[in-house]
Unconditional design. Structure first.
Length: 383
């Protein structure tokens, strides 16, 4: 049996991976190993490793790494701690393949350690562009440290090949998050409202992260967003709190303060979990912020997304996504358009560019069939 080791460090990434993890777990030719790290192990971010266990997965190793710091110094040291922790985990688990998704710094540590252990890496969501965040550079670095690639669009497949990866190792499979929308049994309106303790009539779902390639913009940008949201007195607002990035805790504090002063119509979550998050998307009026979910998953619900600032700049988007600047006026104007009857009607017929049939099955087939002998050795592919 091939030992496939899935590394997960955040609630959002685990939500995307969970269906694939279940498929690996039940495959007679594969053995699932799970390493939980970073935010999953932090009380500050909800101890979301418990969600993994509640879903029936055994966590083989927990890699502690997260310092309680928003600084570059703290983040860099967290990466160093993670690399040490992954070395110990790989030594004990001896996996045949590491499976990772995305572009976060804990995943960079995971694949760096895998390189020295000569363990091949399979990477999901390579080739994408997010010019406003250092995640963009991390994602491309992970691509070069990986050996099998599963991209969410054909354009991203071509970009991974442009980075020198051999075409026979790069597979366009679509986005797991979009498949989750289709396959997950979602809660009814009454069920999700009871679960959240919150009414979804005339509601917005807001996720705002710091733009990590900009200096000292998080506070002003978040404050501008909250000023505009304060004007929408007839809207209920669900916040999902930001990740463990530089200035993430600053944004968390601003949002919690906003919720405390608007408690009649706002609520905030460290983690809603995949089912509750997707279920809520059925009934909100629009999604606001700068999360990749607004670009990739939300269009499948035929809902408007207001994408603020440069964090997701460069991604392929559907016609249900509006981009705007970070000033009060830009956000106000963008929200007016997103909430307009005309735009909401147009969003109902949008086509999601990240959808492709049989995403999980396609990945599973490669994990089962692709030869692992000498996979660690790569030649630069010249287009």
């Amino acid at each position: 049996m091939r030992k496939i080791c899935v590394v997960t460090g955040s609630r959002a990434e685990y939500g995307l991976l969970s269906g694939l993890m279940a498929a690996i777990k039940t495959d007679s030719e594969l053995q699932l190993q799970v390493i939980a790290t970073n935010m999953h192990l932090s009380p500050e971010f909800g101890l979301t490793y418990k969600e993994i266990e509640q879903d029936g997965f055994l966590i083989d190793k927990k890699v502690e790494m997260l310092l309680s710091s928003d600084t570059a110094n703290g983040t860099t040291k967290s990466v160093g701690l993670a690399t040490i922790g992954f070395a110990d985990a790989y030594q004990d688990l001896n996996p045949d393949l590491i499976l990772v998704l995305g572009d976060r710094y804990e995943i960079l540590a995971a694949v760096t350690a895998a390189l020295f252990f000569k363990i091949p890496v399979a990477h999901l969501h390579g080739g994408e562009i997010t010019e406003g965040a250092y995640d963009d550079s991390i994602r491309h670095a992970i691509t070069k440290l990986s050996h099998l690639h599963f991209t969410s669009t054909e354009e991203y497949r071509r970009r991974v090949i442009q980075l020198g990866e051999s075409p026979d190792r790069v597979f366009y499979v679509g986005a797991l998050g979009v498949e989750n929308v289709i396959k997950t049994k979602l809660l009814s309106k009454i069920e999700i409202e009871n679960s959240l303790g919150f009414k979804l009539d005339n509601s917005l779902l807001v996720t705002f992260h710091p733009v990590t390639l900009e200096n000292q913009t998080a506070k002003e940008q978040c404050e501008n967003l909250l000023i505009v949201l304060s004007e929408l007195s007839n809207f209920n607002i669900i916040f999902t709190l930001p990740n463990s990035d530089a200035d993430g805790r600053l944004i968390m504090a601003l949002i919690k303060d906003f919720v405390s002063t608007h408690s009649d119509r706002t609520i905030a979550f460290n983690s809603m979990g995949k089912i509750r998050y997707l279920s809520a998307l059925q009934f909100v009026t629009a999604v606001v912020g700068n999360s990749s979910s607004g670009i990739i998953e939300v269009p499948s619900f035929k809902k408007p997304t207001l994408d603020i600032g440069d964090r997701q700049k460069g991604r392929i988007v559907s016609e249900s996504v509006i981009h705007c600047g970070t000033s009060i006026n830009d956000i106000r104007t963008g929200l007016e358009k997103a909430l307009s009857e005309n735009f909401r009607t147009n969003a109902k017929v949008t086509v999601n560019p990240y959808y492709k049939e049989n995403t999980t099955a396609s990945i599973l087939n490669v994990l089962n069939q692709f030869p692992l002998d000498n996979l660690i050795q790569k030649s630069f592919f010249n287009n």
